[in-house]
Unconditional design. Structure first.
Length: 328
């Protein structure tokens, strides 16, 4: 088998792994949009805030240490203990649920019935607030995140593919784990949305807020639940991306890569977020491999947005989104 074809196969597999990470972020957008019609611009910052909180709890950092030291003239930064990864993840989830309650209580319950652009602007304000709040709370330095996930090249796959093709496939263990976790997460979310009582209530709220309220569905509870689920998805995405590239404030920019994923898959489809992520991940890797050298490279920076633009022109509802028909 030609070396170029074998290398293309490796690029394809790595694209699938990258696409899963994009899809993890897109899932948070879909969950909130399905239940409330809000396009949550803050989803990327939620992933950053979750990852910062997780690192802070694991390392025993004192929250607001810089502010406390500046006010009281102390030099306290750590409590002197380390929290196990699993316990830290659970505590971080508690923080994300509390954040979901606060977001609904102080912001969105006052904006029920407002125009979508008002709600969208509120999420932009929330994004910048959380970014600054996370900076004050945990500091702005780059942090290493290690929750025990295996990293580095998977030697088993490398040896097997070398035996078959005479060429080893370099697949990152972290990407394999991200794929496995994302698959479980999607299956769990689909089952929850389709078959659970609260999942049906969430879909009822998505269809019609007033009708859902009239049959006894608590809008506040559903919104807190959905924002909590989005926080959990953001935590998983933050763990994967933070382990891969470190917890830093550029982590919030992964939300921008999720936008083309949503345009391809549809804003209201959980499976669409996964399929869209895989298409973007594979497409940008293969395009860079095949076309990048001809145009000077760096095509990964814009390929996803060009593909999304084509979808907006020819199929604006995405692959799995519902086509909206308005009659006058």
């Amino acid at each position: 088998m030609p070396d170029q074809l074998i290398f293309a196969m490796e690029v394809f597999l790595n694209g699938l792994m990258a696409g899963v990470l994009y899809a993890l972020v897109a899932l948070g957008f879909v969950l909130i949009f399905k239940a409330s019609g809000i396009f949550n611009f803050a989803q990327g910052v939620l992933a950053l805030f979750a990852a910062l909180t997780l690192v802070g709890i694991m390392d025993g950092q004192v929250p607001f240490a810089h502010l406390i030291n500046a006010v009281f003239g102390t030099e306290v930064h750590h409590f002197g203990w380390h929290v196990p990864a699993l316990a830290a993840i659970l505590l971080t989830m508690v923080v994300m649920v509390a954040l979901a309650w606060a977001v609904n209580h102080f912001i969105f319950r006052h904006l029920v019935g407002q125009e979508p652009i008002i709600l969208f602007m509120a999420t932009i304000g929330l994004a910048y607030f959380l970014e600054g709040f996370g900076d004050i709370m945990w500091g702005a330095d780059i942090k290493k995140l290690d929750v025990g996930l295996p990293q580095g090249i998977n030697t088993v796959i490398d040896e097997v593919t070398y035996g078959i093709f005479g060429y080893g496939f370099f697949i990152d263990n972290l990407d394999l784990w991200a794929t496995f976790v994302a698959a479980l997460l999607v299956i769990a979310l689909v089952i929850f949305a389709q078959y659970s009582k609260h999942g049906r209530a969430m879909r009822a709220v998505a269809d019609d807020h007033q009708a859902a309220l009239s049959v006894g569905v608590s809008l506040n509870f559903i919104w807190v639940m959905v924002w909590s689920l989005a926080g959990f998805v953001a935590l998983v995405a933050g763990i994967m991306w933070g382990t891969k590239s470190g917890v830093q404030f550029s982590l919030s920019l992964i939300a921008l890569k999720a936008l083309p994923v949503l345009m391809l898959g549809g804003f209201t489809s959980i499976p669409g977020a996964i399929v869209g992520g895989l298409i973007i991940g594979v497409g940008e890797k293969l395009f860079e491999f095949a076309i990048g050298p001809m145009v000077g490279g760096a095509t990964e920076n814009w390929f996803a947005y060009v593909l999304a633009l084509l979808f907006l022109v020819f199929r604006p509802q995405g692959l799995f989104g519902e086509k909206i028909i308005e009659r006058v």
